[in-house]
Design a protein around this ligand. Structure first.
Ligand code: E4P
Length: 215
C-alpha cells in the first residue's frame, strides 16, 4: 500500500516525501485552511515535489460544469488526478472524463454501492472516508473491507484510496484489508515515524557508546 499526504501545506509535503510519501490529496477545506488563493499554482508546485499522483477537486455543480472544470484541472500537470464527488452528477461526469482518459478520484464515498458505480464509470481511485463514518457511529474500516471485496470479485481496475484517516491503526488496517493507497494527515505520518521504545532504546545505545568511546 502506498501513502499519500492529505494536506495543502508545502512544508509537510516536502518532509513527507523524505519519509516515503508518494502522492498528495487536496480538497477545498485543506486549501482554505492554508489561506491559499492560487489553487492551480499550489497544485503545480506540489506536482514538482511529489513523484506520484496529486488530487485536485472540482468546485462546481452540474455535469457540464464539472466536466469542463475537470478538463482544465487535468491539464495543469500530467500527475494531476481530478477529484469528483460521488453524487449522481459526479458519476455522470466521471463516465465522460474516464472515456477521454482523464483520471478521476471519486471522493466522499460512504457506501459500497457508490464504490461499485465509481468503478463502472471508470474512476481511477475511489476514496471511502473511513474516519467520517466512524464519527457518526458506523465502522469505516468495514466499508473499506466491503469495497475491496466487491472490487476483487469484479476484477475492477479502480484503486481503493482510504481517506479521512484519523490514526495509525486506520493506516495499518487499510493496508491489511488491501487498500492500494491511504491518504493521511501529516500528524498521522509523524505518529508512524515514532515509538517510545525506539526513542528510549536509541538514547540508551548512544549514551552507552559515548561512555565506551569516551566521546
Ligand atoms: C480525502 O481525499 C479527503 O481530503 C480527506 O481524507 C478528508 O478527511 P477529513 O474527514 O479528515 O476531512
Amino acid at each position: 500500500m502506498r501513502l499519500f499526504l492529505d494536506t495543502a501545506n508545502l512544508e509537510q509535503i516536502k518532509q513527507g516525501v523524505k519519509w516515503g510519501v508518494s502522492g498528495v490529496t487536496t480538497n477545498p477545506t485543506l486549501v482554505a485552511a492554508e489561506g491559499i488563493k492560487d489553487y492551480k499554482g499550489l497544485v503545480k508546485t506540489i506536482c514538482g515535489i511529489v513523484p506520484g499522483e496529486v488530487s485536485a477537486e472540482v468546485t462546481v455543480e452540474g455535469v457540464a460544469a464539472m466536466v469542463a472544470q475537470a478538463r482544465d484541472i487535468a491539464s495543469w500537470h500530467k500527475n494531476v488526478v481530478v477529484k469528483v464527488p460521488c453524487t449522481p452528477d459526479g458519476f455522470e461526469a466521471t463516465s465522460q472524463l474516464a472515456a477521454d482518459g482523464i483520471r478521476v478520484n471519486m471522493t466522499l464515498c460512504f457506501s459500497a454501492g457508490q464504490a461499485l458505480l465509481a468503478a463502472l464509470c471508470g474512476a481511477h481511485f475511489i476514496s471511502p472516508f473511513i474516519g467520517r463514518l466512524d464519527d457518526v457511529g458506523q465502522d469505516g474500516l468495514d466499508l473499506l473491507s466491503g469495497i475491496v471485496g466487491v472490487y476483487n470479485k469484479g476484477s475492477f481496475k479502480t484503486q481503493v484510496l482510504a481517506a479521512s484517516v484519523r490514526h495509525p491503526i486506520h493506516v495499518l488496517k487499510a493496508a491489511e484489508l488491501g487498500a492500494h493507497v491511504a491518504t493521511i494527515p501529516f500528524k498521522v505520518l509523524e505518529q508512524l515515524t515514532k515509538h517510545p521504545l525506539t526513542e528510549a532504546g536509541n538514547a540508551r545505545f548512544l549514551a552507552d557508546w559515548r561512555r565506551t568511546s569516551g566521546s
